[in-house]
Design a protein around this ligand. Structure first.
Ligand code: NZQ
Ligand code: ZN
Length: 387
């Protein structure tokens, strides 16, 4: 096990009716609020009115930034930065899924920065300070509600990049599983795949002697697998939605990578695909992850055997290690297919026209991953397997 530090400053407020605490949670941070949300789901569900009632209840002056796109755009982030500067906003409230939260984080980092906020995405600058922000999560997927990452798309240059830093951890996040009852089937599927993928990135590791971290990861995966299917059958099943929500948060809140070398190659590859084709992040991951697994499993067959046996209950009797490892990978693909996730880029209408560019951009800052270091040709090979 490697040495590590762990400090997650986000306060989680979890459970039914917790939006009622929003006003009190916002109050310490000021009264000039930027309220950031997406394309209208919160208006349809009634959450928008609830949020405004809470903010009015503390006498807040509210500025709104609606219309955050899935795969949020740099141009929209810049709009938010302008509003914050012009209106002397003190606190940013994100109400939505990962895209809304990520946009809010990028705005928060951009306001005090004397330069282009994109600098944080291309490693030209480090986030030193940010406006405080809080979130009300409506979709279980990214873990953005309890981490310091944000992923932004520059649509003009067809680039999608992440930024990260302590100053953009949310001060609080409200997680009411009932708010996810209205998430449509395809977005529920995308969320399931995304959270499983976050676990994979931290579980398929070369680090040894980490039994607790491995069992944390395996527990999260099994909980997602079981509850994902229930939530897809009955979107209003509170227990299933609650368990999925908690898994989404814990898959990417800093619990799993303690003392462990993590990978993140598949995420980097997927971001190149979404940057060009604007596909849902979870859909891209469903296509690419099993192919990454096939490409790299020989680096550490024992970990893939453990995954197959413990997560998918594959019976190893009479099989070689390699057969067990491959059966675990097949079980992953079969689960994704069973819940309705795509298996090939072709299913999304994507061909081989930009493979070179995607592979080249993916390794712009050096080889990807740590489980197996991937160069441009490796990335291209994984994309070819995904066609
Ligand atoms: O925009 P609205 O109208 O709100 O609709 C959204 C959107 O169309 C809808 N939705 C959200 N909550 C809903 C709902 N519809 C009905 N009922 C609800 N309760 O779902 C659609 C997708 O929302 P989005 O926020 O884009 O989804 P997700 O949470 O999966 O976020 C994806 C983004 O997060 C990034 C991805 O790359 C992508 O840009 N990621 C962020 C990470 C992070 N910050 O740590 C890590 C991830 O790996 C990921 O890269
Ligand atoms: Zn992800």
């Amino acid at each position: 096990m490697n040495s590590f530090q762990l400090h997650n400053p986000t306060k989680l407020v979890f459970g039914k009716g917790t939006v009622d605490q929003l006003g009190e949670l916002v109050k310490p941070y000021g009264t000039r609020i930027l309220f950031v949300y997406g394309g209208g789901s919160i208006k349809r569900s009634g959450l928008y009115d609830q949020v405004l009632a809470q903010l009015n209840g503390i006498g807040a002056t509210v500025f709104e930034l609606p219309g955050i796109e899935p795969n949020p755009r740099l141009t929209t982030v810049n709009k938010g930065i302008d509003i914050c500067r012009r209106e002397r906003v003190e606190f940013i409230l994100a109400v939505g899924g990962g895209s809304v939260i990520d946009a809010a984080k990028a705005i928060a980092a951009g306001v005090p920065y004397d330069g282009d906020v994109w600098d944080f995405c291309v490693k030209k600058a480090v986030i030193q300070e940010a406006l405080p922000l809080g979130t009300v999560l409506t979709l279980a997927a990214t873990g953005s509600e309890m981490n310091g990452n944000a992923v932004i798309s520059d649509w003009d240059r067809k680039l999608k990049r992440g930024m990260g830093g302590k100053p953009i951890y949310p001060k609080f996040s409200i997680l009411d599983p009932e708010l996810t009852f209205t998430v449509p089937r395809d977005q529920t599927v995308n969320g399931i795949v995304d959270m499983m993928s976050h676990v994979f990135e931290q579980y398929f590791s070369k680090t040894t002697d980490t039994p607790l971290q491995e069992r944390f990861a395996e527990s999260i995966l099994q909980t997602i697998i079981e509850n994902g299917e229930i939530a897809l059958e009955d979107g209003s099943n509170y227990a299933a939605r609650a368990n999925l929500m908690l898994c989404g948060t814990y898959a990417l809140n800093g619990t799993l990578p303690i003392g462990v070398e993590t990978d993140w190659a598949t995420h980097a590859i997927e971001h190149e695909v979404s940057a060009i084709y604007d596909i849902a992040h979870g859909a891209g991951l469903a296509i690419i992850f099993p192919n990454w697994m096939k490409y790299v499993y020989k680096e550490r067959v024992d970990r893939f055997v453990q995954y197959a046996v413990r997560v998918w209950n594959i019976d190893p009797a009479g099989k070689s290690d390699e057969e067990v490892a491959l059966a675990g990978i097949e079980a992953t693909r079969a689960y994704f297919t069973r819940i309705g996730a795509p298996a090939t880029l072709g299913q999304l209408g994507i061909g081989d026209e930009h493979l070179d560019r995607m592979a080249e951009e993916a390794v712009r800052y050096g080889p990807l991953g740590s489980f197996k270091k991937l160069e441009k040709d490796d990335v291209k090979a994984i994309l070819e397997l995904s066609l």
